[in-house]
Design a protein around this ligand. Structure first.
Ligand code: ZN
Ligand code: ZN
Length: 265
């Protein structure tokens, strides 16, 4: 049983990191740059980590940029304010995502460009062969390690199969419904759901993120920890990634003014 629970936690963590670091902070916002080699490594890692529910990075980025631009308005692709039923919101999100990926939904040009693509991998990951093969691997692992009498563990299998959309749903729904607010001037309904977001790598600091969308660090108060950002700092120290000047400026604390009044106007 311990093997299965460790496997589940490991898969959860890998999928969270793939989504928050590669799909969200890199593909959608471009907080940092990578060499073509490391970009391919991150692309392949995301495909393996999300398995059968791999979310195409270009479609993810375009849809997410629309979410920021129209947040909680009528044109937001996923908003619990607009769509009060959780399952309807998820279904609508899936249809929009699929439409963008297939080119059946036209996204305004301003949201496109500067996104990682890898056509060969996209073709493979979008095929039923890959989805069924990747999904079967989890099932085989369970068949090998679920001990007799603990068959209830098989109930976790669908969570492996749908890991990417489950993480997306948690953020899209809870992050705009439940929690506290640091940035009241944010024009949407975003919330910080968890004071310490260990579940989803910093993604549930939605209010901080919408309030300061240029910052790669989603934690803003002393008790908030964005461990996704801490992993990025480590990768930057190892020279795998390089933060852009814009993001470095956004995380730098403002200099304290001693006896001086800020110049305005
Ligand atoms: Zn974002
Ligand atoms: Zn949001």
């Amino acid at each position: 049983m311990t093997t299965i629970l460790i496997f589940f936690a490991g898969h959860w963590l890998a999928a969270v990191l793939a989504q928050t670091l590669f799909l969200h902070r890199y593909a959608s916002h471009g907080y940092f740059t990578m060499t073509p080699f490391w970009e391919k490594v991150a692309y392949a890692f995301t495909m393996l980590a999300q398995g059968p529910s791999f979310l195409n990075p270009r479609a993810y980025a375009l849809m997410h940029r629309m979410h920021h631009a129209y947040s909680d308005g009528e044109r937001d692709p996923h908003s619990p304010v607009q769509q009060k039923n959780f399952f309807k919101m998820m279904w609508q999100t899936a249809l929009t995502f699929d439409g963008i990926q297939r080119g059946q939904i036209t996204v305004p040009e301003k949201f496109d460009g500067n996104v990682p693509t890898w056509p060969a991998l996209d073709r493979l990951s979008g095929s039923w062969f890959y989805r069924i093969a990747a999904g079967s691997l989890y099932a085989f692992f369970y068949m090998a390690f679920v001990p007799a009498g603990s068959e209830w563990l098989y109930a976790l299998l669908p969570l492996h199969w749908l890991m990417g959309p489950i993480h997306g749903a948690m953020v899209n729904w809870a992050g705009h419904m439940y929690g506290y607010v640091n940035f009241r001037n944010s024009k949407d309904h975003s919330k910080n759901t968890l004071p310490i977001d260990i579940l989803i790598g910093g993604e549930l600091y939605q209010n901080n993120h919408h309030g300061r969308a240029n910052s790669p660090n989603f934690a803003k108060r002393w008790f908030e920890i964005d461990y996704g950002y801490q992993v990025l700092r480590l990768l930057a120290a190892m020279r795998v990634i390089r933060f852009t000047e814009k993001s470095l400026k956004a995380v730098r604390p403002l200099p304290k003014l001693r006896g001086l009044k800020p110049v305005t106007g």
